[in-house]
Ligand binder design. Sequence first.
Ligand code: UTP
Ligand code: MN
Length: 511
Amino acid sequence: APPPQQLSCPLMIPAKRRKLGAPAAGPVADVIRFPHVAVFLLEKRMGASRRAFLTGLARSKGFRLEDSYSPAVTHVVSEKNSGDEVQAWLETQTPAGDADRSVHLLNMTWFTESMAAGHPVKIESRHRLQVTEGGAAKSGPSAVTNTMGAYACQRKTPLEHHNAVLTDALLLLAENADFCTNEGRSVAFKRAASVLKALPGPVRRMEELQGLPCLGEHCQRVIKEILEHGASSEVEMTRHSEHYQAMKALTGIFGVGVKTAEQWHRAGIRHPADLVSSEHKLNRAQRAGVEYYEHLRVPVTKAEADRIGEIVKRAVDAVLLGAEITLTGGFRRGKQTGHDVDFLITHPDEGREEGLLPKVVSWLEARDLLLYQKTNKNSYLEAKEWPARPPSNMDRFERCFSIFKLQRPWAALEEPPQSGERGAAETPGWKAVRVDLVVTPVSQFAFALLGWTGSQLFERDLRRWAGQKGMSLSSHALYDCEQKRYLRATSEEEIFAHLGLEYIPPGERNA
Ligand code: UTP
Ligand code: MN
């Protein structure tokens, strides 16, 4: 087999811009003569081949035809769909509150007449689709095949879904975009994967994606290739690229972010083992990360998370009577494995939780249960943060990043120690496990719980949704920027209600 092609960021330029997607009309590159009219042809009921034909025709006449829907589109043209259907579809494409923007919803007569005239004709009422007042809402989800909110917090995303092949591919591209510090692109791939996770069944044909939000041109190309050929060449090249593999290994070290990994990569470091003999200075977290690398790359099981929960509970009980701990993160969403274990600690009497963490850490250290820990004090002060200063996404809770030394009493029962080469050094009677402990005042508990349960994309979209509603959400509080006041909540349900969202239980936040 030929050696995998070297690639990192350059290949991330969409093939379209590399001029693969020349319009069907002919070999000469079409010139856009009417840039202010951006037409989008709705494929539903028109069909892919007719749409491709019409697209090529219009482009050859200097029209600007968009391959996918975006806020840049000014004219939506559809065939054989009612105005209400198109309106309902449009609402799934635009972030809420944005749906009233002046996109023209047109029928084929406008398109045909414009083709005949050789320029976009003036829109008359007979060109427009009739949308009844509230009609889209009334006709309900059955009006279009796919109605799905554009925000992850508007839909239910179960842990088990039907499109793992597609989402694994898109998430690998997202990961690679992160490794190239292209956050925008990474989020776009994650959003697309998240939409596919929420579908009721496996995608078999491209037409089934019609009307779904967040599926840009690049994502569609990847999906199409997988549906047709079983794999995507871009994904496979990325997966085997030296840059991707090295960045995956290096960012897999606890305490190492993309920036550091990229610096090391440029200096020729490919693997954590290369660091041991190198001159590169490591901080305390990174030294622990390298030392326990092999342990920490093994996923934590739910059983291990529960075992650590018991230990944390004992520690907390010993230092503050009545304190409560809650397992959050992926395990609260029903995951059976995770990269770490996340706990929230609180006390029903506000204020009693202050300064709790150093005592818990001492208790654990005295019993030789910690391999590493770094504790940060609480730096959140409501009055100072808001409204004077713009809210930041950073948590300011009293927090401890740690690595637990989890004894394996059951190891001997499950896999008897091997004699010979696999000695005790290789399979010790303990396992290093990443644990995050976060202390929250009880008045902020619901916000902390919502913020720490994830998934990351779900959280990102919750904050974006809040922003679009004139509010600001963090793991500490919800602030109404118009009323200039905090909106209190003692449960996650209340926070969803404040935000005008249907409640989504943790098990369906796996966006
Ligand atoms: P994790 O990174 O632990 O992810 O953050 P996870 O969903 O539990 O998945 P694993 O651990 O890889 O299996 C859990 C949640 O906590 C929030 C993140 O937004 C995520 O939703 N979080 C994490 C914060 O709010 N602040 C942080 O500093 C870290
Ligand atoms: Mn976690």
